[in-house]
Design a protein. Structure first.
Length: 324
């Protein structure tokens, strides 16, 4: 007898329809850290420098993506503050500076996560659908303001946990780096170092009004006058201020020259009593001091009584020498 057995075969089919290559979410990162190197700065003028945040993104979505980014900079690790920020010389002295979003240096870059009441350095760019990395340099603008009287030497600030915040989507860029319309968002941190060298140089300028003895109908009696030398020096700098004998000197006698070839004798002094002649021999007849002398150093002048002077205008030129 034959027994017939039927075996059921299960056939499986896999049908893959419409599947292309796999895609990944985009990513962004800081490719290079910014560094602000102000070099040598003085009290007489502001010192500017720039730095760039190297920022890069990878687009593997298969679509053209439009990205908005914002840069936020933290306060220094050593000294708190944003307006201004500070560098330190590690010995109690601190140099004010700031970081701006624009070349005009009108908008201070604020801290993460959103800048607070300050600005951000922001912009937009396009990530093509073809994929690959897209990189750009985001500029930041630094300034050390003038008018700071500081100890000479090196200053530094270390800034941690600053951020580039970004958002992107297809079609057009999000309204901001944190707009809810963004399909992809992210944050990436960066570090910044700030350095400067405060010069021990003194800044000297003669006061706007020269030493003017005025007008006199005769020189039968002495005529006095005053002027001022404006100077700023770092607190730790010792200085000596000397005055030349002028361009019309005869021996050691200062003289003003007239247009007719005549001269009027005069002198310059370090004291109001006009007893200490002001010369140019360092440590002997100079005015000596250290640090910032204040608003000005007074110069006391005197035209002594003299005869046989031809009427007219008389003048001389004095060179101010500062040794430090």
């Amino acid at each position: 007898m034959w027994t017939l057995r039927f075996v059921k075969l299960a056939l499986a089919f896999s049908c893959l329809l419409g599947m292309g290559a796999a895609h990944a979410d985009p990513s962004c990162w800081v490719a290079s850290q910014p560094s602000f190197a102000f070099g040598t700065v003085t009290a007489s003028a502001a010192t500017d420098t720039t730095a760039t945040v190297g920022f890069a993104c990878q687009n593997d979505t298969g679509q053209t993506m439009f990205l908005s980014y914002c840069v936020y900079v933290s306060q220094g690790n050593e000294i708190a503050g944003y307006a201004p920020r500070y560098m330190t010389n590690w010995n109690g002295s601190q140099m004010a500076y700031n970081i701006y979003a624009d070349a005009a240096r009108s908008g201070i870059v604020g801290p993460p996560p959103g800048g607070g009441t300050y600005a951000s350095a922001g912009g937009t760019f396009v990530l093509p659908a073809s994929g690959g990395n897209v990189a750009l340099n985001i500029p930041l603008y630094g300034r050390v303001p003038s008018g700071q009287s500081l100890a000479a030497g090196s200053y530094q600030a270390n800034i941690y946990n600053s951020e580039v915040v970004w958002g992107m989507k297809s079609g057009n860029a999000p309204d901001s780096c944190t707009a809810s319309s963004a399909k992809y968002v992210g944050r990436t941190n960066f570090y910044t170092q700030v350095t400067a060298l405060y010069s021990n140089a003194c800044t000297v300028s003669v006061a706007a009004t020269d030493l003017d003895f005025g007008s006199a109908s005769s020189l039968s009696a002495a005529v006095n006058g005053t002027a001022a030398i404006t100077m700023a020096c770092p607190p730790s700098t010792a200085w000596k201020v000397g005055l030349s004998n002028g361009v019309n000197v005869a021996g050691t006698q200062r003289r003003m020259a007239g247009g007719t070839g005549d001269y009027i004798q005069y002198e310059l002094y370090r004291d109001a009593a006009r007893s200490l002649r002001w010369g140019n021999t360092v440590g002997t007849d100079t005015v000596d001091g250290s640090g910032n002398p204040g608003s000005s150093i007074p110069v006391y002048g005197r035209v002594p009584a003299q005869t046989n002077v031809t009427p007219g205008s008389y003048s001389d030129t004095i060179t101010v020498t500062v040794t430090y």
